[in-house]
Each structure stands twice: as structure tokens, then as C-alpha cells.
Design a protein around this ligand. Structure first.
Ligand SMILES: *Cc1c(COP(=O)(O)O)cnc(C)c1O
Length: 368
């Protein structure tokens, strides 16, 4: 049985005619930069989320960078975030000359622990970036309460959670700005790099649009230093086709996750926590497991794809030495990096594949 961690090709083949037609329409239009598909997608995503403004950009990483730039964050500023995330979240903070200040995670959700945020706030703190890791919404009510009390901005890193909701409201619509990634393996994936920023604030939206276009509103007149970060027209066309399937695909992921959890009952693994007030969309199906590295080696021997997101917390990465943290500072995160393991998760998983994967996990614990 051929198993994949992510099956981008299997998904493409199911909608090939529609996607190919959309790509060809762009090729024939000749509008490769800022073609009409870009604006169409911005309106569709804004409508889907129920938010006022959406601006396409080149990647999820640049979405975060544009958001921070629009809020004027730079040298001397501190931005609170989680050390248990993909590097991009904190990378852009450092690149802009600000300092990432980490706050440990909740051991059940793997998301920033709101109970620990206030003690990390200083006079230099400007913003909080919660990450909805693995597709699980962060505790936005508590986080927004703290941010409002201290006059801080909130940028949601929703790269892994487009379509997830918290207390009946979509993530990306709680903070001042929401950042989306359309990296191919994300729940709504392009066939290359692409991203988007969303907001309900017209002024922030105008600034973000300007920053993404070399700091200009009118061509060749530059008001601020910006970057070149455009959502490619071909990618927008592909995403325009795919976004009609997003809810259905997220439901397929939720179904696969529920089957995994059911099939793994009785084994010593800890399945993903399902908060009663949030809708997890399972960008990843991540377990906390005993003897993680031994299990990983056993899965490899048995040709079962798996991954560790993430093996090294950001505060212990060489690139973030400037943040001044050391081992022991964020014990819940450090423990998670040693215990988590993600199993294949995508929209094409069959019952037979799920059985094969979970049987292999169970056989490891039966024998070892
Ligand atoms: C993927 C990801 C990003 C970056 O998105 P790209 O489109 O790959 O640049 C940022 N944050 C998180 C949590 C991600 O998973």
C-alpha cells in the first residue's frame, strides 16, 4: 500500500479538469501579475471568513511580515509568541529588528498558554502572535482580553487553520490581522507559494496593500519602504477552484482524525485534544507518544510515513540566540518536542490506509 504524509497529487487528480481550465484561462489572458483571479480570490476568502478586507501576498511568511510592518513593529519592540511553531512566526519578528518573546504552551492544545502571557508583557511589548497549531484554534477569547487590557495588537498566525472556528467564529477574525498560508501542504494549498492577510480595519488593510506593493498606492510613487509580495495570478486561479472544496476537505480531515483516534483506543498514545468550544481542522493529526524516537524508527522500517512537527523549539534554535533563552525556560514546549509525532493527514485517506497505519502503531506497543 502506497501511503503519503500529504497527498497533493491524489487531490489534484480528482479536480484536474477544473484546475487545468482555470490555469489555461490565465495563460490565455496574459495577466500574470495581478490578474482578475487575484481580486476574485481576495473577495471569496473575505466572504468565507466574514471579514472586510483580504489582500493576497506571496507566502504565509510574508503575510506575517506585512502584518508586522503595517503595525509599525521594528527595533526596540517585543512581540509575544509561542516557541512551538514553524520558524516563520518568529523569523519575521527578528528580521524586522524586533525581539520574539516566547510564552510556553498548553500541554493539551500545544497552543500558547494564555495564563502565562501577562507575566511576559513589558513596556516594550507591542503585539501577540498566537498560532493555531495543527489546525487547533488558540484560546482567542482570553488572548484578546489580555491584548485589549494592555493595548497590544494581535496577529493570528492561521497558516495551519484556515476554516477552523472558535466559539462559532472563524479564526483570523479575532485579532487585528489574520495571516494565511496557501503552501501546497496546507488545508487550502496552491501549487506553489502563496499567502494572504485579512483584517476588518480599512486603514490597516490599505497599509498592508501598499507595503506588499513596494510601499506604493500609485505606481512609481512610494510612500513607505515596502516589499514585492504578490499573490501570483496562476496560484489565485488554482485556489479559486480549490476553495469551493475547503469545508468538504476539512470535514474529510476531521473524519480521518476521528477514525485514527477510535482505532488507536487502548494503545498508550495520547490523541489530539478536542476542545468543546473549538472546531479543529486537523492540518496535522499529532499524537503525544511514549518512546517517540523508537516508534518513529519502527514506522520507518514498516514504510509508514510520519513526521515530527517540530523537533526543536524556537528558543533553542541557533538563529534565535538573540532572544536570549536557554534550555529549561519553556518546559512544556521542550517536553512536547520530545513526544509529538504526526501521522499521515490529508483528504484522500481511506479506511484501509487508516487501519494499516494504526495497526502498525499498535503493533509497536504490543511488541516493545
Ligand atoms: C506554513 C506556516 C507558515 C509560513 O507559511 P509559508 O506560506 O510557507 O511561508 C507560517 N506559520 C506557520 C505556523 C506555518 O505552518
Amino acid at each position: 500500500m502506497k501511503l503519503h504524509m500529504v497527498d497533493v497529487l491524489g487531490q489534484y487528480h480528482k479536480i484536474k479538469a477544473e484546475v487545468d481550465a482555470a490555469i489555461h484561462a490565465v495563460l490565455e489572458s496574459g495577466q500574470f501579475i495581478q490578474g482578475k483571479e487575484v481580486g476574485d480570490l481576495e473577495r471569496r476568502i473575505a466572504g468565507y471568513l466574514g471579514i472586510g478586507e483580504a489582500i493576497g501576498c506571496a507566502s504565509g511568511t510574508e503575510a506575517l511580515q506585512i502584518a508586522l510592518m503595517a503595525l509599525g513593529i521594528g527595533p526596540g519592540d517585543e512581540v509575544i509568541t509561542t516557541p512551538f511553531t514553524f520558524v516563520a512566526t518568529a523569523e519575521v519578528i527578528g528580521l524586522l529588528g524586533a525581539r520574539p518573546v516566547y510564552v510556553d504552551i498548553d500541554p493539551r492544545t500545544y497552543n500558547i498558554d494564555p495564563r502565562l502571557i501577562e507575566r511576559a508583557i513589558t513596556r516594550k511589548t507591542r503585539a501577540i502572535i498566537p498560532v493555531h497549531l495543527y489546525g487547533q484554534p488558540a484560546e482567542m477569547e482570553e488572548i484578546m482580553g489580555i491584548a485589549r487590557k494592555h493595548g497590544l495588537k494581535v496577529i493570528e498566525d492561521a497558516a495551519q487553520a484556515l476554516g477552523a472556528s472558535y466559539k462559532g467564529k472563524k479564526v483570523c477574525t479575532f485579532g487585528d490581522i489574520g495571516c494565511i498560508s496557501f503552501f501546497p501542504s496546507k488545508n487550502l494549498g496552491a501549487f506553489g507559494d502563496a499567502g494572504m492577510v485579512v483584517t476588518d480595519d480599512k486603514e490597516i488593510a490599505a497599509r498592508m496593500r501598499m507595503i506588499a506593493a513596494h510601499g506604493s498606492r500609485v505606481r512609481y510613487y512610494h510612500e513607505v519602504l515596502g516589499i514585492n509580495s504578490r499573490l501570483d495570478t496562476i496560484q489565485a486561479a488554482i485556489l479559486g477552484v480549490k476553495c469551493a472544496y475547503l469545508d468538504q476537505w476539512n470535514a474529510a480531515r476531521r473524519h480521518a482524525a476521528a477514525r485514527y483516534t477510535k482505532m488507536l483506543e487502548g494503545s498508550p498514545v495520547v490523541p489530539p485534544f478536542i476542545a468543546p468550544h473549538a472546531e479543529h481542522i486537523f492540518h496535522q493529526y499529532t499524537l503525544r507518544v511514549p518512546r517517540r524516537d523508537e516508534l518513529a524508527a519502527y514506522l520507518k522500517e514498516n514504510a509508514i510515513p510520519h513526521a515530527v512537527y517540530y523537533p526543536v523549539p524556537l528558543h533553542l534554535q541557533k538563529a534565535f540566540a538573540m532572544a536570549g533563552s536557554s534550555r529549561g525556560d519553556f518546559p512544556v514546549t521542550e517536553k512536547a518536542t520530545e513526544e509529538v509525532l504526526s501521522l499521515p493527514m490529508h483528504t484522500e485517506l481511506t479506511e484501509e490506509q487508516l487501519t494499516c497505519i494504526t495497526d502498525t502503531v499498535k503493533s509497536f506497543y504490543a511488541r516493545h
